[in-house]
Write a protein that binds this ligand. Structure first.
Ligand code: ADP
Length: 361
């Protein structure tokens, strides 16, 4: 290349291909070589790039000038959705061996945007579905009360009970949805407070002791030596541990013990910073191995029917994941079916608590 140094061309993040008068490939930058797996220049574009959508806009621009754009999919695992922009160059410049370039092809990868769009559509559909089922139940019972069961006073109390339960489920769903969106909005804002984890966990245990006792369960809290203050948002962390202990109560075995262990760690996984780990350990049915990676997905439940009777929303662990991400922490889930589960949250220490090991290297 004469004008634009090749190194600069290669460092453009978007794939770019320069095409000559005979539709030959004159130059390809590194991003385009990686995306299309084209390595040779000088021959017809159609030999290395079999995508008919792209060839069509190139031919059209070569014949009529101007600009064309097309959205197309290319084979990859998973397939990539790309927007290809072909632009005619009116001032033909001689470049290297070729007689000049006539078309500049540039590509924008839309795969991530499409995936996000897809997730949003799925989320709206799932949320509506989750809200619709309790609402349909309430409408059904109200219609029965207003019609066939009008005089059946014995059934009234039972129907009202069911309607109350379904209404509470809707309230919980809305609360969790709002919580999730609040957490997502500030996910990129790091917490700045140095907090002590002990009162947070003590408060969670105090709040949930009665609920655990209803199932004959005992909550035990253990602190290791030398737990430093952590960098965190106390209210959000209380929500994380409330959800985890609440799950242990819901899915643990009756009359079993739930242990919460806090230990110092040299490194938060994936980061070069010291921290603390908080493990919530239950004895219960455990979780099938295949389900573990999906637990933090919104609305995912291992046993849908059972979770529903427990009044769950399927959003608790999704909220935990976002809060832990905001804290630049890490969530680890270990479970043995038939024995129980351990949910471990790693959180970084507050830098001021130990200037030597706290600062990230
Ligand atoms: P919810 O409990 O509201 O359904 P969560 O997001 O908190 O939603 O949990 C998602 C699913 O993960 C639950 O429905 C349950 O199937 C499974 N799960 C969570 N915690 C445990 C646990 N301690 N033991 C077994 N299964 C669990």
């Amino acid at each position: 290349m004469d004008r634009l140094p090749k190194a600069v061309f290669d460092h453009l993040p978007n794939p770019v291909i320069l095409i000559g008068l005979k539709r030959e490939v004159v130059e390809i930058n590194r991003a385009a070589r990686d995306l299309f797996d084209i390595h040779r220049t000088g021959h017809d574009l159609a030999i290395s790039l079999r995508n008919p959508d792209i060839l069509r806009i190139v031919d059209s621009v070569m014949a009529e000038g101007g600009v064309r754009e097309v959205e197309t999919t290319i084979a990859d695992t998973p397939p990539r959705v790309i927007a290809v922009h072909a632009e005619h160059i009116s001032e033909i410049e001689k470049i290297g061996e070729s007689d000049g370039i006539v078309v500049v092809l540039s590509v924008t990868d839309l795969t991530a945007i499409k995936r996000t769009e897809h997730m949003r559509v799925d989320f709206v559909a799932n949320a509506s579905h989750e809200l619709r089922s309790p609402l349909s139940a309430i409408i059904g019972f109200l219609e029965t009360l207003a019609g066939p069961a009008k005089e059946d006073f014995e059934s009234h109390a039972r129907f009202i009970d069911i309607m109350l339960r379904e209404s509470r489920r809707m309230t919980r769903l809305i609360d969790d949805l709002l919580s999730l969106s609040r957490v997502e909005i500030n996910e990129h804002v790091r917490p700045t407070e140095a907090i002590s984890i002990r009162p947070i966990l003590e408060s969670v245990v105090e709040t949930l002791t009665v609920k655990a006792a209803e199932r004959g369960m005992v909550l035990v809290l253990n602190f290791g030596e030398n737990i430093q203050p952590l960098l965190g948002d106390a209210e959000q962390l209380e929500q994380v541990f409330h959800n985890l202990v609440d799950n242990a109560i819901k899915y643990g075995a009756e009359n079993s013990q739930i242990a919460v262990y806090v230990s110092p760690v040299d490194r938060v996984p994936g980061r070069r910073i010291a921290g603390a780990s908080v493990s919530v350990i239950d004895k219960g049915d455990g979780i099938p191995h295949d389900a573990i990676p999906r637990l933090t997905e919104r609305f995912y439940r291992v046993d849908k029917a059972r979770s529903r009777t427990l009044g769950s929303t399927g959003l608790g662990l999704a909220i935990c994941k976002h809060i832990i991400n905001r804290h630049r922490g890490h969530l680890e889930i270990d479970s043995t079916p038939g024995e129980g589960s351990t949910f471990t949250v790693y959180l970084p220490i507050a830098p001021t608590s130990n200037p030597n090991s706290g600062a990230e290297i």
